[in-house]
Write a protein that binds this ligand. Structure first.
Ligand SMILES: [Zn+2]
Length: 632
């Protein structure tokens, strides 16, 4: 059984870094999440997908036919789940996983037409293939199939699904109309990875054609939306900002980065870098979440980042991680790993409960007291068992299963550690062991277990939030500054290593207050609490007798608190001095008054504020919650 990367650039690709193979998470923060994913979420996901009719669709398409159930993209739920199962089998083979995998692959293979075409909704409705690409999600599903198939080959050595995906891709290369585009990007990155795995160049050429062909208003318009919602307004090469449906934008950008890397297209890579920087500067929530407009699940305008109307689809966060990883491989710049870390902890993880069996599709950053639980936007109902549109849960499953592949890279100079998780990293003839309680604690111990005799460089990422307050073996880390993204970078240690050598990195994981730039006016006068890579929030459950909406931070002093009942013992709350605004009788009327002589707000008295990591919210019931808190 082999163990390999999610993204594996070809040897001749213009890529700075190569993913290290065999990264394994074991124990610690992410190990606990992987365990729950494997033991609870993936089996439950298989059941929910069965109940949705997605497996039955495959069976019907491969047999007597019948009525398609669920959404047009139901097949993609199966493929994402299969990808998760494949990565899990690569981590540790398991009879039950192997059986579920084989059974699902049998259904997928059986549903494929003899000519290679595969999309159960199109097949069962009798519609001609590729006749409604703006809405049918045929290629979107095909892209997910390709990614699952590549995972199957790399994680288990099993080629069955790869054969199916290859025949789907061959059908696309042969029969897809010349200028055809899918309304929902995804196939581009799937085709690129299938090319990387098989070496069949027409797959990459087709992906490149779809990247270049986008942005010319060729897709039919939908509802009140313009062409921008499907990234068809401006060619990617000319765009200065991400726009439209956030998940589509991220998947397209990931695919475009693959194409740029494999074709050495510097102009396209520069355009993507420009768009990424603008996205971070103007359209990214503190959590790393993306998408602030509900209508069309879209990006808003610059600094349009209202917390209570945040859309922040879990899939958009996963797409962001995928795009940033590809940009990191192509450039080696720390800022991409910084955003990945922020997004993984604060925009992907909130999408799944600590128990692994309940999900958020939309991740609100504020819920008010009295919010209508029927209002999806309010998130006041808490996480859900599953969704009619179930894109997010299996997306979380496959990301958690493959997380080990995002920890480290290598190049001719040595090994780079980007994300800190307890476990091991195999990078060529180097084997590293990483011991850490990160993100709860900032100490990361790296033990060299295997090393070649020649000198090489171990590069350790110092996150931008650590602000230089990092030490390696007791000396200040002096990170390399990355001009475009403030402090942060990599601390590099070059030497002839010996087995047993040990390097300690100390990152300043302590609570801090964060403010937004003035133009982000919805957060003006407010602060957020962060600790290490984690963004915190206030939850009603920790503040009996007052309403979260009335709370404010009274001073800058923050301290770690004791474990809270109902949350895992390792979760570190942050305590702060606060006050509650007085809500007077006359405030019950028209809630405005003259501002010519602003008065000091009246306070009902001191309150101890308890902040908890945002990803742990809504695990003790859902209620009012906020990321931003006024400070005065
Ligand atoms: Zn989703």
């Amino acid at each position: 059984m082999s163990d390999d990367a999610v993204v594996r650039p070809r040897p001749d690709a213009a890529v700075t870094l190569r993913p290290a193979s065999g990264g394994r998470v074991e124990g610690g923060f992410w190990g606990a999440r992987q365990r729950v994913n494997r033991e609870v979420t993936i089996p439950l996901g298989g059941e929910r997908i069965r109940e949705s009719g997605a497996f039955a669709n495959l069976e019907l398409a491969g047999g007597a036919g019948g009525e398609h159930r669920g959404k047009v993209f139901a097949d993609s739920d199966v493929y994402k789940w299969l990808e998760a199962v494949a990565w899990e089998r690569g981590r540790a083979e398991d009879e039950s996983l192997a059986r579920s995998y084989a059974e699902a692959v049998r259904l997928v293979a059986g549903a494929q037409r003899p000519d290679g075409y595969l999309h159960t909704h199109t097949q069962l409705t009798g519609r001609p293939p590729y006749s409604d690409l703006a809405s049918s999600h045929e290629l979107y599903c095909a892209g997910h199939l390709m990614q699952a198939a590549v995972a199957g080959r790399r994680a288990t050595g099993d080629d069955t699904l790869l054969g199916v995906a290859g025949r789907v891709a061959d059908h696309l290369v042969k029969d897809l109309p010349g200028d055809a585009l899918d309304g929902h990007p995804e196939v581009e990155t799937g085709l690129a990875e299938l090319y990387r795995e098989t070496g069949v160049r027409p797959y990459l050429d087709l992906a490149a054609r779809m990247i270049t062909g986008r942005g010319h208003e060729r897709l039919p318009l939908k509802g009140h939306h313009g062409p921008g919602i499907r990234q068809d307004r401006v060619p990617l090469r000319d765009a200065t900002a991400v726009e439209g449906h956030a998940v589509r934008a991220m998947y397209l950008a990931a695919g475009a980065t693959d194409v740029a890397a494999e074709t050495s297209d510097r102009g396209l890579l520069d355009a993507l870098e420009r768009q990424w920087l603008d996205m971070v500067a103007t359209r990214t929530y503190l959590t790393g979440g993306l998408g602030s407009v509900w209508y069309g699940e879209q990006f808003g305008g610059p600094h349009e980042l209202a917390p209570e109307t945040a859309y922040c689809e879990t899939c958009a966060a996963i797409g962001s991680v995928q795009w940033s990883w590809r940009m990191l491989l192509a450039t080696g710049a720390a800022r991409y790993a910084d955003l990945m870390e922020r997004t993984l902890h604060n925009a992907v993880l909130p999408g799944i409960s600590l128990t692994g069996d309940r999900f958020f599709y939309v991740n609100a950053l504020r819920v008010r007291a009295g919010a209508n639980p029927d209002d999806r936007r309010a998130a006041a109902r808490g996480r859900q068992d599953w969704f009619g549109t179930a894109c997010c849960p299996p997306n979380v499953m496959r990301l958690l299963s493959s997380l080990g592949h995002y920890l480290a890279t290598r190049d001719d100079d040595g090994v780079q550690l980007h994300l800190y998780a307890n476990g091991t990293v195999r990078a060529g003839d180097v084997l590293l062991e990483v011991e850490t309680d990160y993100p709860w604690d900032g100490r990361v111990e790296i033990v060299v277990r295997e090393t070649p005799d020649r000198p090489w460089t171990l590069a350790l990422r110092v996150p931008a939030w650590a602000d230089g307050a990092a030490g390696v073996n007791g000396e200040p880390a002096n990170p390399t500054a990355t001009a475009a993204n403030g402090p942060g970078g990599y601390h590099r240690v070059r030497r002839a290593w010996r087995p047993g050598d040990r390097v300690s990195l100390d990152l300043a994981v302590r609570p801090r207050l964060t403010a937004a730039v003035p133009r982000l006016d919805v957060a003006r006068g407010q602060v957020a609490v962060e600790r290490g890579p984690l963004v915190y929030c206030l939850e009603q459950v920790d503040h009996p007798g007052v309403i979260v909406d009335d709370l404010c931070v009274a001073g800058p002093d923050l301290r770690d608190g004791a474990p809270l009942p109902g949350l895992p013992a390792e979760v570190v709350p942050v305590l702060a001095r606060g006050r509650a605004h007085a809500h007077r009788a006359e405030d019950g009327g028209f809630p405005y008054r003259t501002a010519t002589a602003p008065q000091e707000p009246e306070h009902a008295g001191p309150v101890e504020l308890t902040f908890v990591p945002y990803h742990t919210w809504a695990n003790r019931g859902a209620g009012p919650m906020t990321i931003w808190t006024p400070m005065h």
